[in-house]
Design a protein around this ligand. Sequence first.
Ligand code: XUL
Ligand code: CO
Length: 440
Amino acid sequence: MNAPVRFFGEIQPFRYEGPESRNLFAYRWYDKDRMVLGKRMEDHLRFAIAYWHSFTWPGGDPFGGETFLRPWMHGGDEMALARAKADVAFDLFRILDVPFFCFHDRDIAPEGKSLRESNANVRAIADIFARKMETEKVRLLWGTANLFSNRRFMAGAATNPDPDVFAYASAQVKHVLEVTHELGGQNYVLWGGREGYETLLNTDLKRELDQMGRFLNLVVEHKHRIGFKGTILIEPKPQEPTKHQYDYDVGTVYGLLCRAGLQDEVKVNIEANHATLAGHSFEHEIAMAAALGIFGSIDMNKGDAQSGWDTDQFPTNIEDTALALYEIIKAGGFTTGGLNFDAKIRRQSLDPEDLVLAHAGAMDLCARALLMAAKMVEDGALQRAVDERYAGWNGAEGGAMFAGERSLADIAARVEAEGLDPQPRSGRQERLENLVASYF
Ligand code: XUL
Ligand code: CO
């Protein structure tokens, strides 16, 4: 094929112009060098672009096929198309000035007739990435293996009843983990694509959980064997594609990790739309992961309040985003993690500029939300309200009970002796919500 040179036409790299600007092709809030709470905005947010939605997804839905008709998806040698796709991807990274990207092996290169051939294809494109990354500033936030698209994975990868599928999945992960390592990836993600079940009538649930634990241990062992210093992340999701996914939400993943003895080795990549599908808010899942010591990275997007599936839309809600970033700052911010836009444009958004503007608008939204979250932190009134609510635990008896220095009998004796009669105090929710609104 003829390489789709200049897919983005005359679109120039985005620059910061400030909130007064009316230029949609400039940032109004994302000012990457601006210091926020002692850190550059770019280093707080660590934006990443997802290869799969932006360059590989052709715009299909369950009722209709491809709408995008991208030049790198048609007409010629598959490897030549994959190379052209890489050129377009790096053009977008440059136009938006994003510091990171993420990919699945099958996003970047075509599947071959054997795993050996597929891996060679992935390696060839990864070599192109490596060369481009020598001159471009973009880095790899994470790599991952697609263990869900091919029909061999229809009954799961690590949790498949067939041990040969487990072996195939292991071999595929070994390769992508090594490629991720060689490209300087900051993390490696395991989203349990089809690790779940459709019906218990054909499923040995306990055995599948054990298989998953074995698989995770193999991945962690290999990480150490090759000296990969990045973080292994599991991405929870409650349903879709299977009826019941084993990595349902953060709490469930923590249970799986403890069962596999890996709670100190593996963290989570939390996706906004997965959190809401699990019946949680995004900030709940972040706070839960932080509390359990497994917060790693996020997939930023939003769902649709009326649709019960993973719509993967670009975020547009400032309050939701600010509350999520507030929890991330409280958790100490990202270390190896970052903010990956696991989001796709709608299938009617055909134009190259739609892809650019979707990311730019979301980056601006997150930057603005970061400033609001920073105000919440700097002002401190929210944290003070929480501290005051629990202040009783700092007292002598509260402290002794919490530290395990009182038995149930000791506690009961004191309640009776002192005639304790605790009086409820307001939770002040509306006052705190008004406080949050005051930072917008
Ligand atoms: C699927 C999803 C994946 C993971 C990576 O819902 O979020 O794209 O982020 O496999
Ligand atoms: Co995701």
